[in-house]
Design a protein around this ligand. Structure first.
Ligand code: FDA
Length: 396
């Protein structure tokens, strides 16, 4: 016997819970099925345990998608101010860390507790430790989805897929959402690890990686889709395998996996003018200048690796250019095990932008990270989860 609901949501992450709350508030009988042993595991580990739950400066430009216009409607219908209002209703203390990024003062569990209480208030039923084995359209009632778990079966005319991306399998990430999309004939933009540390080639690892732990401010750039230049000015950090830090995580999402990435190690500095003001231009003043700009160990390694080729104008111009446009060609990324998000996913051309409902399979919705909308670092991914969840919650 099927247990019947109006709406079944797969995945109790940020997007699924938001959708369930909104649908529940509209009087729908909602069931959330979660594979893990508790809700919102990714929320709990996010933002270093403090959950960067939104960004004050959210705009469509902060998102990557094959269709950059798709997210506009949802982002306009549910804004950072809407989520902040909810957080303030629960008197959750928060602060802006930098660049509009809002974090909990105490812990990310404030956010999961809030969502759980909202679910309770909206009459949403949540079942954890529940693995769905099969989803089908009912043979007789074609407008019903039936779901089979180990020990029960459920049915509903609306099914919301909020199973997230492939990042961090050890806390429950699965390819279930993509598989289900394929089952219903929906196109997928190839998933790839994003917001992820980069791995150097073997020779570069040998040359630089004993500097693991050293960090410096850079301007990181690469040519993204349609050859548009993307640049992020933030910190870079050497790791045991390559580089990480906010600037690198950001640029990784735009990197095509093959081309070069350029790092400006002296952003906004006019080195020729700096040397001129000092009154001399010789190898030792160059050395002093590089040591002023870069952390000491990195500076010394830099000077060893890229020594001045003489005292000519050309030699100084080349050295300056090298520092402003260090070209690196990573071997790859640290992959889904370390990626904060998965880029790609259910092709937005398959979904209505206002409701997240599939065009091909009425009643089937996709929200959150499983969709081909990926935020930059800084609270944008949660804002997309809340916004897309909200929109589906109004429509189911
Ligand atoms: P999410 O992945 O949150 O939820 C999916 C849920 O579905 C999971 O609970 C999973 O167990 C469940 N599930 C999977 N398969 C299932 C199945 N077959 N049946 C039932 N359930 C299933 N973003 C941000 O904006 N600010 C931040 O501070 C951070 N920090 C951060 C840190 C780390 C370490 C990571 C890995 C990621 C972040 N992110 C982030 C990204 C952010 O966490 C992510 O984009 C959202 O959690 C996505 O929300 P979703 O609800 O779409 O998926």
């Amino acid at each position: 016997m099927n247990q019947e609901y109006d709406v079944i949501v797969l995945g109790a992450g940020a997007a699924g819970l938001m959708c369930a709350i909104e649908a529940g508030k509209r009087g729908r009988r909602v069931l959330v099925l979660e594979r893990a042993d508790r809700i919102g595991k990714k929320i709990l580990i996010s933002g270093g345990g403090r959950c960067n739950f939104t960004n004050l400066h959210t705009s469509p430009e902060n998102f990557i998608s094959a269709n950059p216009h798709f997210a506009k409607s949802a982002l306009a219908r549910y804004t950072p101010a809407d989520f902040i209002r909810l957080v303030e209703t629960y008197r959750i203390p928060y602060h802006e860390k930098k660049l509009g990024q809002l974090f909990c003062d105490r812990a990310a569990s404030d956010i999961t507790a809030m969502l759980e209480q909202e679910c309770r208030g909206a009459g949403v039923e949540i079942r954890c430790n529940t693995k769905v084995n099969q989803v089908q359209v009912n043979e007789v009632h074609k407008d019903q989805f039936t779901l089979q778990t180990e020990d029960a079966s459920f049915a509903a005319p609306r099914l919301v897929v909020a199973t997230g991306g492939l990042s961090i399998a050890k806390i429950g990430a699965t390819s279930f959402g993509y598989d289900l999309a394929r089952q219903f004939g929906l196109k997928i933009q190839p998933p790839r690890a994003a917001l992820v540390p980069l791995i150097f080639s073997e020779p570069d690892r040998k040359r630089w990686c004993d500097l693991a732990g050293v960090s410096t401010e850079v301007g990181a750039s690469t040519r993204g889709p349609k050859q548009r230049l993307q640049t992020f000015r933030e910190n870079m950090l050497f790791t045991h395998q390559g580089i990480s830090g906010p600037a690198i995580l950001q640029i990784s999402s735009y990197w095509d996996g093959k081309g070069p990435i350029h790092l400006d190690l002296a952003p906004d500095r006019n080195l020729a003018a700096d040397l001129r003001t000092r009154g001399h231009r010789d190898p030792s003043s160059w050395k002093l200048l590089v040591r002023e700009i870069l952390p000491r160990r990195f500076a010394d390694r830099w000077l060893e690796t890229y020594p001045l080729a003489g005292n000519s104008d050309r030699a100084f111009a080349d050295a300056e250019h090298q520092l402003h446009a260090w070209e690196i060609r990573p071997e790859g990324t640290e992959g889904y095990g370390k990626a904060e998000v998965t880029a790609g996913g259910v092709d937005t051309g398959e979904l209505y932008a206002k409701t997240m409902e599939s065009r091909k399979a009425p009643g089937l919705f996709f929200i959150g990270e499983v969709v081909d909308v990926t935020g930059q670092l800084g609270g944008f991914n949660f804002q997309w989860a809340w916004a897309s969840g909200f929109c589906a919650g109004q429509a189911v």
